[in-house]
Design a protein around this ligand. Structure first.
Ligand code: 1GP
Length: 248
């Protein structure tokens, strides 16, 4: 079991909820990182995810190296493609897009990456990644060429989550897509939570404290926020250690 993963499990056993900020190398100016990380350090953010849909080669490595100068929080790759793999990070969500039927994103990219990852020091966490329809087309949908599962099709969502767990995947990530109109709703999170005992990540379109709280209450163990923080730096202030606590 990897260190990052065992720490996630340990947190959940203690009833703690986890929060990741998603930083996209393609949308981030390195010069902003020191002041941004200062805010992250003062916040309840527990993990830093780095990734994007279209990222230039080397941009991820440069960004991760800069982030790690300013924080001890785990930096985890959340890659849209193989060129985003870098040993500068601590961990990797090894994503299989199990909601889709594109063999490249189910296993093909993984085969291409395997040689490099066999000798990696990254904590590699096999993750079942489900794209749930949110009201508009997302970058994941465009890049992967897959259809999201309709958000009213609870049965397919639940059976897919179960299948992911039965395959031995270590995390399930319910994704509405970056900038989603509708975040993954409570009903879906409750249903997914009820059929697995591995950690559940929820992300996409979460822009308010209420939506964040809703996701936790429904059973998300780790929530990912990218766009809301990118577009509104004061959102990070609301997540400061003093003003927001979800762990009773
Ligand atoms: C996207 O789940 C993440 O992959 C975060 O989405 O940018 O909408 O917060 P947002």
């Amino acid at each position: 079991m990897t260190t990052i993963y065992s720490n996630i499990i340990a947190s959940l056993k203690q009833g703690e909820k986890l929060l990741a900020v998603l930083i996209d190398p393609d949308k981030t100016d390195l010069i902003q990182i020191p002041s941004f990380m200062k805010k992250v350090e003062a916040s309840v953010i527990t993990h830093i995810f780095v990734g994007g849909s279209d990222v230039e080669t080397n941009a991820t490595q440069l960004l991760v190296t800069e982030i790690k100068r300013w924080t001890d929080r785990p930096v985890i790759l959340f890659p849209g493609d193989i060129n985003q793999l870098t040993e500068a990070a601590d961990g990797l969500l090894f994503l299989s897009l199990i909601s889709g039927r594109n063999p490249d994103f189910l296993i093909g990219k993984h085969v291409e990456a395997a040689k490099k990852l066999m000798h990696s020091n990254l904590d590699i966490i096999p993750t079942g990644y489900l794209l749930i329809e949110n009201g508009k087309e997302t970058a994941v949908q465009r890049v992967s060429g897959t259809k999201p599962i309709p958000r009213h099709d609870l049965n397919t969502i639940v059976q897919t989550v179960k299948a992911g767990a039965l395959l031995g995947l270590k995390l399930i990530y319910l994704e509405a897509g970056s900038g989603a109109t509708h975040p993954v709703n409570k009903e879906i999170i409750v249903a997914a939570r009820s059929v697995i005992d591995i950690p559940l990540i929820v992300g996409g379109g979460i822009k308010t404290m209420t939506q964040l709280q809703d996701a936790y209450e429904a059973g998300a163990d780790l929530v990912v926020i990218g766009t809301a923080i990118e577009e509104n730096a004061s959102f990070l202030d609301q997540l400061s250690l003093t003003s927001f606590k979800w762990n009773n």
